[in-house]
Design a protein around this ligand. Structure first.
Ligand code: FAD
Ligand code: EPU
Length: 338
């Protein structure tokens, strides 16, 4: 356990914030010991810090999840269920699965973060959400130290949502292991996204395999999302908003070119927040150390020495502007700490 540690290397926004105490967690026993020894001390679980914004120093202890390991839980001719420890890097797990020809997560290549965080906001990209392959989420209850296993249904997965995002559950469960059921053959490849199709065509790939899809997704992501090692960011700052049919029709009459997605909720449509923010004139704007990325308006960036409050201030201004111009309330995807 270290005292008075800078969290700058531990958040992809690159925000300078300090924590009173910092512990690299390699085992479940270590979590239980910390809960036993420091029952009153505020605790923050951190993976790769790719979905957090520190607004001030953290007065407590950061538990940096590094619990590693994988094991096969079940296997048939058609599929395999793998238990993966929460401290494994998500992208490494994806590439391991692709290498072994286990299908289901190839579209989620290059998403930053740890395996243990993936269920929290039900990470998703290019037509796949992690809920599609999760069977169980194993946790340690931070209040009573007991193990708590959540079935897929109990997780209440939805777009960028799960039971772990509910305010009453914030910090309550340490996700130590996630179970994934992946296909061994007859993979259900998701190649519907235009950008994926274009790359496969360019590469003259007619019968793509898992690696072809993962490679295409990696290329698309590298072409539009800033690499946090170069420019601080946390991916999409806001969620894409849902609007009802009445509002949707009004918007479409005014902006016939507006992109949208039909949702599984009847008479509800999802509008890309990046499009709204671009229409409102924010794309590429820079204000000192903070800005809106020139290639993806949904990504707010730290050009150097920004504080968390400066980023939040920009986000608040964008939110108000979108409310005024479109009568749509944007909800942050990023978790504010402080
Ligand atoms: P952290 O930022 O470390 O933590 C996030 C939250 O979870 C915090 O509240 C933390 O306290 C809590 N937490 C962390 N670990 C645990 C645990 N083991 N148990 C309980 N609570 C925990 N997301 C997508 O869905 N799709 C994308 O395409 C995508 N693209 C991105 C691109 C970039 C460039 C970046 C920077 C981010 C992107 N994200 C995307 C967001 C991010 O990658 C995911 O939210 C990821 O799951 C966060 O993982 P993490 O380990 O970094 O979480
Ligand atoms: N768009 C604009 N201007 C912009 C950005 C986007 O007009 O500046 C338009 C695009 O032209 C396109 C539409 O908005 O028609 C959607 O854009 P894109 O495909 O880039 O995806 P997104 O909706 O902005 C979502 C996720 C991403 C995920 C991608 C790919 C959310 C909040 N974001 O972004 O996830 O990688 O789809 O599936 O759902 C993240 O969560 O951090 C994240 C990066």
């Amino acid at each position: 356990m270290q005292k008075n540690v800078s969290l700058k290397p531990y958040n992809t926004f690159g925000i300078e914030a300090k924590t009173d105490w910092f512990a690299d967690i390699d085992s479940e026993e270590q979590v239980l010991t910390i809960i036993d020894d420091l029952p009153q001390m505020p605790k923050l679980i951190l993976g790769e810090g790719s979905n957090v914004l520190f607004l001030k120093d953290f007065e407590g202890i950061v538990l940096h999840n590094n619990i590693k390991g994988k094991r096969i839980v079940d296997e048939t001719d058609n599929d395999i269920t793998i238990a993966v420890k929460g401290g494994e890097k998500w992208h490494d797990f994806v590439m391991w699965a692709v290498h072994h020809n286990y299908g289901g997560i190839e579209n989620l290549a290059l998403i930053p973060g740890k395996v243990g965080t993936a269920p929290i906001q039900n990470i998703g990209a290019y037509g796949v959400e992690v809920k599609d392959v999760i069977t169980e989420v194993h946790t340690l209850n931070m209040q009573n130290c007991l193990p708590n296993i959540f079935s897929k249904t109990e997780c209440q997965f939805n777009y960028r949502h799960s039971i772990f995002k509910l305010p009453e559950n914030k910090g309550r469960y340490f996700i130590n292991e996630v179970h994934f059921k992946l296909t061994k053959k007859n993979h259900a490849l998701k190649t519907g996204y235009g950008a994926i199709q274009n790359i496969l065509q360019q590469r003259k790939i007619i019968q793509p395999g898992l690696k072809d899809i993962a490679d295409a997704v990696i290329e698309i992501r590298q072409s539009k999302l800033p690499d946090p090692k170069e420019i601080g960011n946390a991916g999409s700052f806001f969620k894409n908003p849902y609007v009802d049919e009445q509002k949707f029709i009004k918007l479409l009459q005014k902006h016939p070119e507006m992109p949208y997605y039909k949702t599984t909720v009847t008479e509800t449509y999802k509008i890309p927040a990046g499009w709204l923010i671009e229409q409102a004139g924010w794309k590429g704007k820079r204000f000192g150390s903070v800005g809106v990325h020139p290639k993806q308006a949904l990504v707010l960036v730290n050009y150097g020495e920004a504080t968390g409050l400066e980023i939040k201030n920009l986000a608040d201004q964008i939110r108000e502007d979108i409310q005024d111009k479109f009568d749509i309330t944007l909800q942050p995807e990023v978790n504010f700490i402080g």
